[in-house]
Ligand binder design. Structure first.
Ligand SMILES: *[C@@H]1O[C@H](CO)[C@@H](O)[C@H](O)[C@H]1NC(C)=O
Ligand SMILES: *[C@@H]1O[C@H](CO)[C@@H](O)[C@H](O)[C@H]1NC(C)=O
Ligand SMILES: *[C@@H]1O[C@H](CO)[C@@H](O)[C@H](O)[C@H]1NC(C)=O
Ligand SMILES: *[C@@H]1O[C@H](CO)[C@@H](O)[C@H](O)[C@H]1NC(C)=O
Ligand SMILES: *[C@@H]1O[C@H](CO)[C@@H](O)[C@H](O)[C@H]1NC(C)=O
Ligand SMILES: *[C@@H]1O[C@H](CO)[C@@H](O)[C@H](O)[C@H]1NC(C)=O
Ligand SMILES: *[C@@H]1O[C@H](CO)[C@@H](O)[C@H](O)[C@H]1NC(C)=O
Length: 255
């Protein structure tokens, strides 16, 4: 009985205010009504958001999408790729008779989840998405990972991202149940556990953003392990900060 209580308490403390809340770390899609050719739309998305949308499978393929998506090919004989990271595409719900030769950019229509191809110089509305959680695939110590996140993108481009508060990203703070779920999904691409923004400071666990850390479900009196990781199974634990790991950066809430 006692054992069960010990396990339940931290979970209950973590859950109540946040049940059912969709994580702000999940990518959000924005729809743009300007008519642009595919390259202009890509430039617009890259400058003002993250990129043109990537749709990897049926789950991600929503009815509400219409306009250019991030799918393109160089020519009729090359692979279809996603604008984001030039990742080779594997899921293609093409409309019947698509794509045709010489039609190298893809778009969707409002009335369904099917994709169509057309010439990249055509003008179309488009959809951008915003990436709020990034897995950095480099092995770094916790401190180096923190600096790496903070230098990803400056708020004021004319100043260094390392300037006080002038950074858009930080090591990831995971506050809600869905934050953890989405972080876990994102971490599956890492070989092992990944660094998070959890740190033991002045006798307590805190996230780098200043929020209190998860209550008691990790060691409350560490002796030499002061930095928090997320396992691929979704649980948090602590490690020696000098170890090297891949890490999660998140877009800080705009305050
Ligand atoms: C996308 O999500 C981020 C993080 O929650 C937020 O800052 C941003 O305003 C959102 N963008 C749109 C267009 O909703
Ligand atoms: C970014 O958005 C602004 C405001 O909508 C627009 O004026 C600008 O042209 C966009 N950037 C690009 C590269 O299209
Ligand atoms: C769709 O892709 C996302 C991201 O890779 C993954 O989390 C999800 O499980 C996939 N869904 C299906 C039905 O394959
Ligand atoms: C098609 O594009 C590929 C690169 O994706 C290039 O290597 C190839 O030479 C191109 N073929 C033609 C016919 O232009
Ligand atoms: C899109 O428009 C821009 C500006 O008008 C032009 O430079 C570019 O070549 C066009 N791209 C395509 C694929 O037509
Ligand atoms: C990172 O470290 C892990 C284990 O320490 C190793 O398996 C992996 O190959 C390394 N990856 C890179 C990109 O250095
Ligand atoms: C995840 O793995 C760790 C270490 O193997 C284990 O202690 C923990 O109970 C697991 N958590 C879950 C939610 O499966």
């Amino acid at each position: 009985m006692r054992r069960e209580i010990c396990i339940l308490v931290p979970l209950l403390l973590l859950l109540p205010p946040v049940c059912g809340q969709v994580s702000r770390l999940r990518p959000n899609v924005t729809f743009h009504k300007y008519l642009m050719n595919w390259t202009q739309a890509q430039l617009y998305c890259r400058e003002n958001h993250t990129d043109l949308v990537t749709i990897r499978n049926e789950t991600e393929n929503l009815d509400k999408f219409h306009g250019w998506i991030g799918l393109y090919r160089e020519n009729t004989s090359s692979d279809w790729k996603w604008s984001r990271g030039d990742v080779i595409a594997t899921y293609f719900p093409w409309k019947k008779d698509h794509p045709k030769d010489g039609e190298n950019c893809a778009f969707t229509k409002e009335d369904g989840k099917q994709w169509l191809a057309t010439k990249c110089e055509s003008h179309n509305q488009f959809m951008c998405y915003e990436e709020n959680l990034v897995l950095v695939k480099e092995n770094e110590t916790w401190e180096d990972a923190l600096m790496h996140c903070r230098t990803l993108e400056a708020v004021d481009q004319s100043k260094p991202a390392t300037d006080y508060q002038n950074h858009r990203y930080d090591l990831a703070t995971l506050l809600t149940v869905d934050d953890l779920t989405f972080a876990q999904e994102t971490a599956q691409e890492a070989p092992h556990e990944v660094w998070t923004g959890l740190r033991y400071l002045a006798g307590q666990w805190v996230w780098v953003g200043g929020e209190p850390g998860p209550p008691k479900n990790i060691n409350s009196c560490p002796t030499q392990r002061f930095c928090g990781i997320l396992r691929k199974n979704g649980s948090l634990d602590i490690r020696d900060c000098m170890q090297k790991r891949f890490f999660l950066c998140y877009k800080k809430p705009s305050s």
